[in-house]
Unconditional design. Sequence first.
Length: 391
Amino acid sequence: MTAHDDAQVTGDALEALEDLYEDAPCGYLSTRGDGMIIKVNRTMLALTGYRRQELVGRIRIHDLLAVGDRILYETHFAPLLALQAGVKEIAVDLRRADGNRVPVLLNAVMKEQTPTRPEEIWIGVVAASDRRGYERELLQARQRAEEAQRRAVELARTLQESFIPPELPRVPGMDVAGMYRPAGQGDEVGGDFYDMYEIVDGWALTLGDVCGKGVQAAVVTSLARYTLRAAPLRESRPSAILATLNEVLVNERTDRFLTAIYAQVHRDAQDRFRLTLALGGHSPAFHLSKEGRVSMIGHPGTVLGILDSVELHDVTVDLAPGDVVVFSTDGVVEGRGRTGFFGEERIGQALSASRDADAADIAGRLMDEVVAFQSGMPSDDIAIVVLKIPD
């Protein structure tokens, strides 16, 4: 290859490099240290709508920016560039010659001054219209998701409130109180419920826990509450009423089971209270006597909603003045802390320590201890109902 051929190859290469610079996929410009534009490619001219002679040697890069972005350039872009000789993906808006704006990303490197070359800044300008649109879509999607989450939390709270009476009825001669605490942040409807209402010859109390959470659990919870309210019209014994609930759940094929307590409180002519209850797979009630003895009330029974035939038992106890009976879901006894479950022993200790308090205080203190045992974030819903015979 001759010297002429070498020169021809070199010339072609330089021309190719020049074309690559001028028609690159992104805009390129070079500025002095003060921001004055000294070189610009055709892509940048097409992006901004300016002619070359309107930019080179006439305006600074700052002048192409919107007012707010000029401040960003001077307070962030330029100092960062001077500090580390390079910046990446600074999002700004360029002002086009026609007055419109175009969103871009700036990438820049600083070439230090040498004896043969002054300080120079090379800047790559990437159009970001599509990216900005994508970011806006992401932001809108996030806002929609947050709004949906907010509505879901509100729906969960509303549904849960429908399962928990705002206050329990007044029972002559008896102090009653109920309390509920959802699991975690309370942003998902749970399956715990309780209710108390008057029946023909006394008062009925129900408390239960549906397996799982969410809408399906809420449907079963609602079905259970209203079935238990309607069943006493046909049945009188607590065990028969729970059997009716089991029949309804099995026939409805809810795919959910539940545990429940159904209790009846009767008052005789001498103002003595008698409590009769049945357990459908639920843990027994706690009985605290006036003397401070803690015992359990209830005989284990079959979980409801799974089997066609269930084994349920009625248990009756007489309540004396000063007695306390506590009903709770498994979020109490099975509340898990760092040392294991809260357990029956801690429940007994909590009740003994608060036996002189009224029903509301007993429920509140027990709730506080269970929640504190789980570091303030219970893993399961907690429902507590307290009955106390005033001394």
